[in-house]
Design a protein around this ligand. Structure first.
Ligand SMILES: C[S@@+](CC[C@H](N)C(=O)[O-])C[C@H]1O[C@@H](n2cnc3c(N)ncnc32)[C@H](O)[C@@H]1O
Length: 437
């Protein structure tokens, strides 16, 4: 068959997410024409999608040696490098994409994102501004500019501008779930709780069964708070975040929970001998796997969001990954683990008693639970649902609940685990040991 037909078929398979068919097709093209640059480029993108990012980057580099002025290939190489954490190299690729194709607004978008992720706010602001000049109808550009202004806010004025960006994003795409949620959170931060509630009420009027506005309305005081975030809310929210690694980079700005939690646990687990059975409860995209690895014999991860679990699968490091609700999973696995860790996940739980009791029962005697929370400063309440949709817990409540569930050696340390609206959020790093029965 002619290589051009094969290439077309492979690209169609790729678009339909038939990765096996597409990979076979690209390789057949490359057997017929060893250095066909499009086949090299798209095969590189595909390898990255399958978690083989180094191989993918090398294939795209080879294609660029043959067609060095290809803006899409530079942009895609940038994406592979950015998503592998090589932000400075990715920046170079986006700049080369823009040299070859000055109208390439996706490359400008990506350049702005990596500048922001490298905490270079002035340059990022310029890049976002250029992006909005280049693509004034691009809803996502306004959403990203809005989150940038919120993340680096120095004044109320920046928060106001951020809210305006979210309004514009919604005007261009009324189904933009993240922009709607960000608008509500932003209005609350501007001390406009009834306007925030109104955003969620209008959203609910259009979509009465949507769990996101239901939860967010409760979060800003417009309805009764549930004892934990509902499964549908968690699934919808995190399936949406996982879709784009760009947003995750933004969300994770200054995010330290996995490394801080694992290092605190490490003080009590002794030398890492690769001998422990560990559950990462609410594993998300798998950021705890790397730091925890030296201690684990078998690492399992569970999460409600299938898309987050897909990302964790690509990142690797787990012997087992399942889409499941954590309390339910723990209840099904009595005395199965030496450690249950949960970074930035119990912030979606108000009432901690059921999940801590289930953790206790899933641990072997002497096993450790470790988790992070956001700190509530009002000691009398126990826990509160905040306008961000997350819960905060008081230290006394956490200590008492752990004791009632059968944990001893309780440690609660305060730390700053991430930033919100440009400011660090105060958190707890919590450890407890299952007492011998
Ligand atoms: C902020 S992310 C943190 C992910 C990961 N632990 C990390 O530190 O990067 C919270 C994760 O908890 C998951 N989650 C929240 N409530 C859950 C529940 N009840 N059962 C399972 N997963 C849950 C979400 O889907 C999301 O992936």
């Amino acid at each position: 068959m002619d290589w051009r037909v094969l290439l077309q078929q492979a690209m169609q398979a790729h678009q339909k997410d038939d990765l096996d068919g597409a990979e076979r097709g690209y390789r057949e093209v490359l057997e017929l024409r060893v250095a066909q640059p499009d086949a090299l480029h798209y095969l590189g993108v595909l390898c990255h999608q399958r978690g083989r990012s180094d191989e993918g980057a090398e294939l795209i580099r080879t294609s660029l040696r043959i067609t060095p002025k290809h803006p899409d290939a530079h942009n895609n190489l940038g994406n592979v490098l950015k998503e592998s954490g090589h932000l400075a190299e990715a920046e170079g690729c986006y700049r080369r994409a823009l040299d070859c194709g000055p109208d390439h607004y996706n490359a400008m978008n990506n350049l702005a994102v990596v500048l922001e992720a490298q905490e270079r706010p002035e340059e990022a602001f310029q890049a976002y501004s250029k992006l909005l000049e280049m693509a004034p109808e691009f809803a996502r550009g306004y959403y990203l500019m809005g989150t940038f202004l919120r993340n680096f806010a120095q004044s109320m004025e920046h928060l106001e501008q951020s809210v305006e960006c979210f309004r514009r994003a919604i005007a261009l795409d009324k189904d933009d779930l993240r922009a709607l949620q960000a608008l509500g959170v932003g209005l609350y931060a501007l001390n406009q709780p009834s306007e925030a509630a109104q955003v969620y009420r209008e959203w609910l009027a259009r979509e009465p069964d949507n769990p996101v506005p239901q939860h967010m309305l409760a979060a800003c005081g417009g309805a009764e708070a549930p004892s934990r975030a509902g499964d549908d809310y968690v699934r919808d929210t995190f399936d949406g975040f996982a879709d784009s690694f760009d947003e995750q980079l933004l969300q994770n700005l200054g995010y330290r929970a996995p490394e801080v939690l694992v290092s605190a646990l490490g003080e009590f687990l002794g030398d890492p001998r690769g001998a422990l059975d560990v559950l990462d409860a609410g594993c998300g995209t798998g950021l705890c796997a790397g730091p925890m690895r030296p201690w684990t014999r078998r690492l399992a991860g569970v999460d409600l969001s299938g898309r987050m679990v897909e990302k964790a699968r690509l990142r690797g490091g787990y012997e087992e990954l399942e889409v499941a609700e954590i309390t339910h999973w723990l209840e099904q696995h009595p005395q199965a683990y030496d450690v249950v860790l949960s970074a930035d996940t119990l912030v979606y739980f108000g009432e901690l008693q059921p999940v801590l009791q289930a953790s206790h029962d899933a641990l072997r005697p002497g096993g450790w639970v470790g988790f992070t929370l956001e700190a509530s400063l009002s000691d009398d309440q126990g826990f509160e649902l905040t306008p961000s949709g997350r819960y905060r817990h008081a230290r006394g409540y956490v200590e008492t609940t752990l004791e009632h569930a059968g944990f001893g050696d309780v440690v609660v340390r305060s730390d700053r685990l991430r930033k919100e609206s440009g400011r660090p959020v105060e958190g707890w790093v919590v450890l407890g040991r299952r007492k011998d029965d």
